[in-house]
Write a protein that binds this ligand. Sequence first.
Ligand SMILES: Cc1cc2nc3c(=O)[nH]c(=O)nc-3n(C[C@H](O)[C@H](O)[C@H](O)COP(=O)(O)OP(=O)(O)OC[C@H]3O[C@@H](n4cnc5c(N)ncnc54)[C@H](O)[C@@H]3O)c2cc1C
Length: 474
Amino acid sequence: MSTTATPTEIVILGAGPAGLGAAYQLAKQRKARVTVVEQRDTVGGAAGSFEVGGVRVDHGSHRLHPECDPAILADLRALLGDDLLLRPRHGRIRLRGRWIHFPLKPLDLLRRLPPGFVLGAAADAVTGPLRRRRREPETFASVLERGIGPTICRDFYFPYAEKVWGVPVEDISPVQARRRVTVNSPSKLLARVARGMRRKAPASFYWPRRGYGQIAEHLREAAERSGATVLMGTRVEAVETLGGRAVAVRARRGDARERLAASHVWSTVPMTTLVRLIEPAPPAAVREAAASLRFRAIVLVYLVLEAGRFSEYDAHYFPEADVAISRLSEPKNYAALTEPRDRTVLCAEVPCDVGDAVWAMSDEELRDLVAASLARAGIPLRVPVAEVTTRRLSHGYPVYLAGFERHFDAVDAWLGEIDGLLTFGRQGLFAHDNTHHALHMAYAAVASLGMDGRFDRERWSAFRAVFDKHVVVD
Ligand SMILES: Cc1cc2nc3c(=O)[nH]c(=O)nc-3n(C[C@H](O)[C@H](O)[C@H](O)COP(=O)(O)OP(=O)(O)OC[C@H]3O[C@@H](n4cnc5c(N)ncnc54)[C@H](O)[C@@H]3O)c2cc1C
């Protein structure tokens, strides 16, 4: 139990947006002495940036969505100033061999959608009320097929879902369809198209001039300016608990080991990793539940092309099963950069599982896989690839397998019993969330901590109920 006599010492695991957002707010509000421990040498986690071929790139396509909480957005605006650009979205989706603008535009849809697809989707909308609820347990497939109809499911949602999550749609939980798919009924689809018709300006997103990672870099600077310490290249090896309370974090940087005493440990690392870090180890049932929670991996393949530009689009989406990549982005187009003039970089996202054939491929094999995928999709590389770089994300997406809630609840309940320990963020709450959601969690955690160092569990539970309603913005 914290007292006002000793200062509140919070050790935060992970310097992604969630960890740094919390560090910044805790330090700024003088609620605690804060140390952030990050295993990598760069901040931002999956939302960080780095350089390839003289171009700043992100971990796949990243945008800050205008749905961000206004108070958080105001903070980011103040931190990034003129570097936070508002940019029009300009992507496209490949559907039955044709390219459709994304976000959807009514005229473009009318002109480009294959007639068979339009007729099928329209018939599905009309017959929607006749589609019955199945008796057996619902799945991602049954909820979406009943809601939006078989045509859009067959041509778009199902192959894309199976590619991204790596399991048959019948094995995916209905929670994925209800909470994570924004357009899951004809009325929502029509509403989205109507929104496109009413919109005077194009759909837009925020993007930092020097790459998405600038958000985390500015949060780090602001946190440090307010007194927080950020330890980079330092891997957390254990979270010590004593009498049911988190008391310290053990970390390692190279050969150096450090023990950080803490009155609170706030973790943003994958919740399955956190379970393995806690000492003494949890009961076998909790370890088994954690082992049943699955993450999908992503290999990111960066191709440096000897050309000023590959295409006019920021991102291309590939739902088709016979194209290995799920998305291709061209970072220079996110901020309409013209420099460097003779080079551009493409980033292809290849979903896979840790240790499978794709994960194990060499850079050259991955370059060839991406080149073959683009050729199959009708947009071949027409210029030489000067360089290939790859990055691997072992925890790309949480996979909501049917029945995952049972395992999640068991882990969540056990972690929730440890005083002073909190888990949040995309990995920490096993949530397929955006950056603005991760920041919302961070701000909510800080709001739940009193100036006296007492953490208000009831307030946090109320916030958790709000997090459950987060819907991913594509
Ligand atoms: C391909 C892709 C595209 C995305 N596109 C968008 C988008 O367009 N818009 C959007 O809003 N969101 C997008 N997201 C989601 C966004 O990246 C996340 O919401 C955000 O990164 C979550 O931040 P976080 O701090 O919760 O977690 P993370 O960013 O995962 O940070 C966790 C940190 O913990 C560190 N860590 C893990 N284990 C240890 C350890 N043992 N010791 C020390 N440190 C450790 C990691 O290195 C990492 O830095 C995308 C995600 C992916 C994968």
